[in-house]
Design a protein around this ligand. Structure first.
Ligand SMILES: NC(=O)c1ccc[n+]([C@@H]2O[C@H](COP(=O)([O-])OP(=O)(O)OC[C@H]3O[C@@H](n4cnc5c(N)ncnc54)[C@H](O)[C@@H]3O)[C@@H](O)[C@H]2O)c1
Length: 320
């Protein structure tokens, strides 16, 4: 029986990882999540509700910054790995709350690394982000490109990676940093474009488009991301790796909107707004390393992924 600690396990990506881990009969999971109010905590409780009666899942409501509580959790079990997904996510809100983002994403990660060291946790997987690359990073983004974050959120993710690197070097810990490229699918965070646009289009309200609308994103379907995280959990040949998990195709915003309009059967009303500082104009993953090291092969193209997302979205109560 393996035992995995998932921080942020009630969130969008975390809850999908919990589903996948629990589907393996030989795995039990402990989730640490503080159910913060970045978005409605009842959504996060619902994300894990299907496992309420599963003895293989323990959910602990705790803040990763609370070392005392975390120490209690980590010392009471023998974890085979920690997948650290708890974070203040979202680029735009990070501009107004930089100190809070630094506290949770840098200090919180450091506290976890410290516990992982003290209690000799064999493996540490860190949920990082494509946002650590910069505006001028050559496309597609390779893991060895220089870091050039342009938002506080991105800076916290880059710092978390640095601390993870330091701990792996100093204390011989196995660490994999996974740089996720815009993840979407059922239960996507309500603040992210695809979910937000679907909600606004359905309500007949305008969708905000920032700048000239020429931005492009590498959207990655949640099942592909979870495939990559699962592969990282069983990858153990080197001490420290940084690996992109993207779809490796960049999708222009106008095409994304067309796909949403088709799937919803409604035209979007566009509201043009000034460019947002901190937003990346383009993201595009080079996934050669993920293919080589993890056997990662994303299989859901944006066209199919948007249809699946809308099937889920339309099953939600109004206002999802
Ligand atoms: N969704 C994406 O497109 C994307 C892209 C790149 C990176 N990421 C990273 O992946 C991870 C998961 O993102 P997500 O989209 O699932 O976000 P999410 O907000 O749905 O999940 C994060 C979870 O962490 C919890 N959390 C926040 N602060 C905490 C704290 N101090 N202590 C304990 N729990 C805390 C939240 O309650 C939430 O359940 C994050 O680290 C995020 O930065 C996400």
């Amino acid at each position: 029986m393996q035992h995995i600690l998932v921080t942020g396990g009630a969130g969008f990506i975390g809850s999908h990882l919990v589903d996948r881990l629990l589907a393996q009969q030989d795995t039990c999971v402990t989730v640490i999540d503080n159910f913060d109010d970045f978005y409605n905590p009842s959504i996060k409780r619902a994300n894990l509700a299907q496992h309420a009666a599963n003895p293989g899942l323990e959910v602990i409501e705790a803040d990763i910054r609370d070392t005392g509580k975390l120490e209690h959790v980590v010392s009471a079990a023998r974890f085979d790995a920690v997948v650290h997904l708890a974070a203040r996510a979202g680029i735009r809100p990070s501009l107004d709350q930089a100190p809070l983002y630094a506290e949770v994403n840098i200090q919180g990660t450091l506290k976890l690394l410290e516990l992982a060291r003290r209690f000799s946790l064999p493996r540490f997987i860190l949920g990082s982000s494509s946002s650590v690359y910069g505006t001028h990073t050559p496309s597609p983004f390779r893991e060895d490109a220089p870091l050039a974050p342009i938002s506080p959120y991105a800076a916290t993710k880059a710092s978390a990676e640095m601390f993870a690197h330091v701990y792996s070097r100093l204390y011989d810990m196995q660490v994999v940093c996974l740089r996720f490229f815009t993840v979407y699918g059922a239960r996507q965070r309500p603040d992210l474009a695809i979910h937000k646009f679907a909600r606004l289009i359905t309500a007949g309200r305008p969708i905000p488009i920032y700048g000239d609308g020429s931005s492009e994103r590498d959207y990655t379907y949640i099942d592909d991301i979870i495939d990559g995280v699962m592969a990282a959990l069983s990858y153990d040949s080197t001490r420290f790796e940084i690996i992109n998990l993207g779809e490796s195709r960049t999708v222009p915003l106008h095409y994304l909107i067309e796909l949403l309009e088709d799937a919803l059967g409604t035209n979007a009303v566009i509201e043009r707004l000034p460019e947002q500082p901190g937003d990346m104009p383009r993201t595009h993953a080079d996934i050669t390393k993920a293919e080589q090291l993890l056997g990662y092969r994303p299989s859901t193209a944006i066209e199919a992924g948007i249809r699946k997302f809308i099937e889920w979205f339309e099953r939600q109560p109004l206002g999802a």
